[in-house]
Unconditional design. Sequence first.
Length: 722
Amino acid sequence: MGNALINFLVILLVGLGIMLIPLSKKTKKFGVILLSVCVFAEVFIFNYHSYHLCFGNYEEKSLSLANAQYSTESLNFINKTTISFKNVDQRIGTLYIDCTLHDSAYLEDFEIRTKKTNLVNVKIDAKDETYSADYRYGTADGVIIRNDEKTKTVILNMSGKVSDLRVTLSADEGCYFSVNGITANSHVPLDISAFRAILIFSLVFMMYLLLNTKTMQSTVEEQSGAFAYSTFVITGIMLAFAVFITVLYNYNKSGILFNSLAQTSGNQISQELVDAFKNGRVTLLDTPPQNLLEMDNPYDWGARIAEGLSYKWDHLLFDGKYYSYYGIAPVLLLFLPFNLLTGYYFSTPEAVMIFGMIGIAFLSLLFYEFIKKFFPRLPLSVAVSSLLVIQFSSAVYYCFASPLFYEIAQSSGFAFTCMGFYFLIKSNVISEGKIYKRHICLSSTCLALAVLCRPTLAVYCVAALLFIAVGLFKTKSAAISKNLNKAKSITAFLSAALIPFVLIGGIQMIYNYVRFGNFFDFGIQYSLTINDFTRAEYHTDFVFIGFWNYLFAAPYVKPEFPFIFSNFSSLNTNGYYFIANRNAIGLFYRAIPSLGLFLAPLAYKKADKKKRLIPSLLLLSVCILCPLVIIFSIWESGYGVRYAADFSWQFILGGMIIIFFLYEKFKLSENGFAKTFITAFFVYSAASAILINSALIYDYLSKSGYLQDAFLSFERLFEFWY
């Protein structure tokens, strides 16, 4: 009861805080009413089991373990037991099982080491007045969760008096518990959760603010300060979210919040490439086993399994040596310098977090800059909601949830792609104003580095050439209008734009040639991995699997946390297609504004015929063709949800641009109903993106480690019917 009181006081403090915030009386009134509804829900809905015994003649009684029969010699330090009570002869509405879940320990008497017990499964069979000849099997069940007192009470819905009762308790293998007592009709205490109430309040109140406040109904141009502040706050929240997911991963795996940055060992990127480069080599230091080299086809996974070989998984094997397919930019920019300075290897989860956070920050900057330059007359609520959609749906957060060396490449590529396009927009090559050559240079540098992180991202460098071409014509026109030296202006612009591509791209090409004798060979076909890429054949059916699951797969809902689940489908395709995970909800559901892409023909038709070609080509290249090419290319490597980080924000931004354009073209801001509808559409899209993407990320997290009990208790906050 004391814990419930503390949580209730926290909720009241939130209410007082609302009154102190400089908001309109109407908004404050709504906030107080909403908070009151949340309190009501806490007391009467989320805790409805607390009133279960109020509607019947239930007498609290301790069931005697001394007179019970059980399947083990004792009820102390057991892994499984069945306890039977005869002639109970009373109404039972709840069953409280006083159970101690033991820590990991070494039992000298048994010479075994036990695991930490996080949960005990409960199964109850019973006889009541409607079924008395034998036990009604599976009458009730439950899960007792470590450090969660409420889960020790199992709710029963029986008819009349219970004559006999049988309780089966079991833990995972190697886990032990002790039964201290069992009580019938123990009252279920109130379990007020300030976290749950504030979470629900925050989401609904955010939607209200976006829909109804005067500031949010003003344009970005009129509220430029509020837009900057909102962008800063949202970005801060997303960065904190990235850190939180990383902490969850670390603690669940190792029981620590953050790894030491200085590690004595690493993986293919953080150690093996570092050691190779330190030794002046492009081949990895480890030598392939001779029996692998003697195989007729070492790339045949099945043959390697049959031979029982020990080899480097997901490494390249070429000309009798090991190589790495994965990009060298993270090595050259982070892992190698850190090792040279400290002698240690930089921690992978923290590296993924750093690269991902850089990408998150620059994605916000990119969106902020884009809106200010091209759509300043948008309602602020639409712009803020759109930023929430694009951030939550970017898919980079999957990298934090499972930060292996694959995610180093993924997160760093995401970071440099976001940086590249931010500087591209900032450079003014496609907007009014002077072209900033330093920004176009930084853009080319970052986009080129993205390729050195993930070769797949080279498509965006090709698209960037279109922007550079537009900038070239703009530079030429500016030189003519200002009587400047045209050749000098063009040379300076092209040097800033193209030299980074030549230098950094040249490094990659030389690296490719030194390894494989071909400037354009990244070596993926030599992978010792899930398939023989040297002989794998293209099948269009495999392409459809990627398109369906990345874009169109619909979510489904069931009464289990997180309630929204993915619906991966292989489309009944026959043949071998690798599936890394089945976490799949299409982008058109995760980020509803991306549906705006289907309005592209209408937007093109309504655009100024003299000015529409170039903007259309730019949008087509970055926001449609490049993402489609990336999804198409995934047919060979198979499905993995993390690949969505390569193309998600581009698709989403493309859909938004089309909707924003049509909003301004049809002057919907002058139509009250249309403006309200568009605003509501984007606010709903933001709420939907938060819920769906958060559910997907939670489902993707591993929950079987140190935090198993914490995850289960968290789920019970929302599965209040248990």
